[in-house]
Design a protein around this ligand. Structure first.
Ligand code: SF4
Ligand code: SF4
Length: 414
């Protein structure tokens, strides 16, 4: 059995915050004092790359046409810009290319490509050159193999050869791997042990910390997903590999947290402070869509500890969303579907549409996966099961109906 959070109502939340239940953490008064002005307050060394970057980076997956938002982030001190060839069919890279013209030497731009296990170096080089054209630059600072969850992709000798040649040609500076799947730890171990990465970008949030849950549940049956993740991140840091966290909001279901956000702290800031407080990452990236969110998010820049009420905000979020949030790094349900539906991947596309409020991103990713949940729409006897109690068949069916319009399974969008 997996533990659930005990109920916390708003009155209890306020009382607990006032009493300082989270002993040893910084008070919110300090948080307020540090909230002016809204600018990045800490720049960090990204491991052996020696790149100096803002402790909070601009994630480009949720934006396609608003140059002003990118420039606003730059004006607020953000210097790390993260994109991928797959975001909006290259539209995110094009946006960065337009918005960051003239400041290329002052920012770090990283991009990602999905290099498969059997792919050759020529097609990888073609992908990189496409990214450079869209980004209007001669080089990217880090090129990540994107969303790696199969160690064979890192073992592909063509990947290492491509990286070496692209570096020699000045098209990229540093090598990276990103991931957030069930086999992330195995892939990271391989990449680190075989010196294939200078920077890693990993899904990492408070819900992946067993100690966080145990503080509230005291339930000895709780089993952490990826309990080895902190170990592998420590190993990366010992080897001076830069570590960047993503998926730090644990699903970004932000809308109903406002009633609990008192005393100058928001849930998002609490989630970011948790990441910084672990000491396991250099920086984090978060999807940025508008000025208001940027100004809210960067209030957490500069923190290296939690504020007093942070744990309670995180606990409320977990209580309210833990029953419907697919856990990063989990794949416990994969074998429960006879049709072989890649359930975690499907639920991630649904999360983009429903929780991030970005149906276009959800549809793009769903189509790229080959519309896997169409089988769920007509599944008469669902056998899929989640040990955390997620209603898997309802959620996958919802994804199929929501995201599958205009998509031919296996062929992508019509
Ligand atoms: S649906 Fe449940 S079992 Fe499946 S990946 Fe998500 S959290 Fe894990
Ligand atoms: S609803 Fe049916 S097809 Fe879809 S994941 Fe569950 S068992 Fe598989």
């Amino acid at each position: 059995m997996f533990a659930r959070m005990a109920p916390i109502d708003r009155r209890q939340f306020l009382r607990a915050g006032a009493a300082g239940l989270a002993a040893g953490m910084l008070p919110l008064a300090s948080a307020r004092a540090e909230q002016e002005p809204a600018r990045v307050r800490r720049y960090v060394r990204l491991g052996r790359t020696e790149l100096e970057v803002s402790d909070m980076g601009f994630g480009g997956s949720g934006i396609r046409d608003d140059e002003d938002v990118v420039r606003h982030a730059y004006d607020r001190g953000i210097t790390y810009f993260d994109t991928a060839e797959g975001y909006h069919g290259g539209g995110s890279e094009e946006l960065f290319g337009r918005a960051l013209q003239g400041v290329r030497d002052k920012v770090v731009i990283v991009t990602k490509m999905k290099a498969d296990a059997g792919e050759d170096r020529a097609s990888m080089m073609e992908s990189l050159e496409g990214s450079l054209r869209r980004l209007r630059t001669d080089w990217v600072d880090v090129c990540f193999n994107h969303a790696v969850n199969d160690v064979e992709r890192m073992k592909n000798p063509e990947w290492a050869e491509f990286l070496m040649r692209a570096r020699q040609q000045g098209k990229l500076r540093w090598r990276g791997m990103s991931g957030h799947g069930g086999r992330l730890v195995e892939c990271l171990d391989y990449a680190i042990d075989n010196d294939l990465v200078d920077v890693v970008l990993v899904g990492f949030n408070f819900g992946q910390d067993p100690a966080f849950h145990q503080r509230f549940t005291r339930d000895l049956d709780f089993v952490a997903i990826q309990p080895d993740l902190p170990r592998v991140l420590r190993k990366a840091r010992q080897k001076d590999i830069g570590v960047v966290a993503m998926k730090t909001l644990r699903g970004a279901k932000l809308n109903d947290m406002r009633p609990y956000e008192v005393g100058g702290a928001t849930f998002a800031q609490a989630a970011f402070r948790w990441v910084f407080s672990t000491g396991l990452v250099d920086s984090l990236v978060v999807t940025m869509r508008d000025r208001e969110r940027i100004d809210e998010y960067i209030q957490a820049s500069g923190w290296t500890r939690q504020a007093r009420a942070d744990d309670l905000l995180l606990a409320v979020y977990e209580r309210d969303h833990g029953g419907s949030q697919c856990r990063y790094g989990c794949s416990a349900c994969l074998s429960s579907c006879p049709a072989g539906v890649a359930i975690p991947d499907v639920l991630r596309t649904r999360m983009y549409a429903r929780d991030y409020g970005d149906p276009e991103l959800g549809r793009e990713e769903y189509a790229r996966q080959g519309a896997p949940a169409q089988a769920c729409i007509s599944c008469a006897e669902p056998t899929c099961a989640c040990p955390f109690g997620l209603p898997v068949s309802e959620l996958t069916r919802d994804a199929g109906l929501l995201l599958g319009r205009g998509v031919i399974p296996g062929l992508g969008r019509t």
